[in-house]
Design a protein around this ligand. Structure first.
Ligand SMILES: [Fe+2]
Ligand SMILES: [Fe+2]
Length: 281
């Protein structure tokens, strides 16, 4: 495969259905990009059209959100259901990061943009496998339960708009992950589920970086075009994201990722206790 481009490597991941296989290819392709960069001979970005929707395994069944059974984490079964929902989110995140690489190759971006999303995709692949390992150790597996069908909607809504994609995916959805993950770590820690607790701590630490990459490149594009980042963020979230943002927010981790309060509070649905440990929305 001499002369392979990064866009082709991204499409290879997106068109692989099985989760373990998709993430193995994701790790391999991320290493290939990284090693070529380190050797001073970076791969070309190229252009390869990503599929409208990524390939996915026959299981899990994908159901409308209202038909996905509620997760009650007080029981072992409920904790399996929660980990299953998280594994589904991570698999979707693998595809989202490779999709942003392949989808917007017509927008000239510095190589660091691709470094950041390749690294994020590599980390999401690890997260998916950590959660699959936990599920399997608990006698289940990814695909054993139904999952949320609406996960690719944010990608479809922003398929023509790189700034919209950055606003909605890393800066809204992944930032939401920072809000809800500490509560999940507590649930698994209290239940004495050491492996799941450790997996969630790894995920929590690495997700801050994904939000930060979103903020970094959103600001970069605003600077390139002479736009005010806060006003632009508000306009794009209102255009592409259905519904309000849900407090309470993890102000500390959002700050660590470079996301200031005046970005998200004006978009908040200020209902007391509105946030839960459900998926992103
Ligand atoms: Fe993740
Ligand atoms: Fe992430």
């Amino acid at each position: 495969m001499t002369g392979v481009t990064l866009a082709e490597l991204a499409v290879e991941v997106l068109t692989t259905a099985d989760g373990r296989e998709k993430t193995a290819i994701s790790h391999r392709n991320a290493a290939r990009w990284r090693e070529a960069r380190a050797a001073g001979a970076p791969l070309a970005i190229g252009a390869a059209p990503p599929p409208p929707r990524p390939a996915r395994p026959a299981r899990p069944d994908l159901l409308p959100p209202r038909d996905v059974p509620r997760r009650r984490p007080g029981s072992p079964h409920g904790r399996i259901a929660l980990l299953h929902a998280l594994a589904h989110i991570e698999l979707n995140a693998v595809d989202l990061h490779w999709d942003i690489i392949a989808r917007f190759t017509d927008v000239p971006m510095p190589p660091g943009f691709y470094d950041d999303w390749v690294k994020s995709a590599d980390e999401e692949s690890k997260h998916f496998n950590l959660l699959c390992d936990c599920l399997e150790a608990m006698g289940s597996h990814y695909g054993a339960l139904p999952a949320h069908a609406g996960m690719w909607r944010a990608a479809e809504d922003t398929a023509e708009d790189l700034m919209g994609r950055l606003a909605v995916v890393p800066m809204v959805l992944e930032a939401r992950g920072l809000d809800v993950t500490p509560g999940m770590i507590e649930i698994f820690d209290k239940a004495g589920e050491g492996a799941a607790t450790a997996a969630l701590r790894t995920i929590y630490a690495e997700e801050v970086g994904h939000v930060a990459y979103g903020v970094k490149w959103f600001n970069w594009l605003c600077g390139r075009d002479g736009l005010d980042p806060k006003d632009e963020f508000h306009a794009l979230v209102r255009r592409y994201f259905r519904g309000a943002l849900k407090p309470p927010f993890n102000e500390e981790k959002r700050a660590e990722a470079g996301l200031p309060p005046d970005f998200y509070w004006p978009l908040a649905d200020e209902v007391e206790g509105a946030a839960g440990t459900a998926a992103f929305r």
